[in-house]
Design a protein around this ligand. Sequence first.
Ligand code: ZN
Length: 291
Amino acid sequence: MTHDLVPRPLNPAPATPDMVWPNGAKSALFVGFDVDAETAWIGNNPSNVDRMVTTSHGGYDARVGIAKIVQLMDELAIKATFFIPGWTALAHPAQCESILKAGHEIGHHGYLHKLPERDKLDAAFEEIDLGYEALQKVLGVRPIGYRAPSGENFPELLGYLAKSGMRYSSSFRDDILPYRHAGGADHAGLVEIPVNFAFDDWNFGMTSRTSSRPIFGRDAVLQMWIDEFEATHAWGGVTTLVLHPQVSGRPMRWYLLREFLLYVQQKSDVWIATGEQIADHYAAQEKARGV
Ligand SMILES: [Zn+2]
């Protein structure tokens, strides 16, 4: 594959419109969890499937993490979005059902958490199809939100997702407000609810023998999250969380997340919403503008 390096904006999405959040809110909080389970460890490294200790990082989701996160959302009365790879749903159906039963939104997160690659379109599309099939089979759900496994995307995949009925993506790092991706002749672009990588708990709370990194404790992460949230709030943006039960379902990080969410909930002018609610609101605003 040759690479087109001609200078141009690499994301051709039109400019982001102004946002008026519902009920007089000044900003929004989107609580998103990626329920990778073992797929984070085997999707891009299949030989790890024979390494029980390595994959046990992901096994924490099913044994502890998912239940603790669902319990926390229940305690705080927050509806969140859980992006679940198809493999996770098939491997841990009871735990995934508990998420659905608690009233949360189920999102698409690929099948085996493989990095989508533009020179392997068939494989990238198959990940999408298999993910839909598994969520339909186990949960009876056809998700309308997608978070890219391993955080990658490209034009053909965005188009494939839009044509499959997906309505929003939450993966890109290039804005603080939702915007709409460029569409094609036969489809409208997805709504993007951009993420802020400072809110990806994996960066601060995951380390392993094969990818050994420093991890950061409560004071560092809580203060950073509060500061970043307050600044995003002042700018009227959306604070999008990229959390993983195998990270934020760990004891200290669970309390840290709880403290952060309680901090946000103290404010009366933050709209805490699922991805679907934010995408719906964005579409309603487009309609009101006559787009
Ligand atoms: Zn993931």
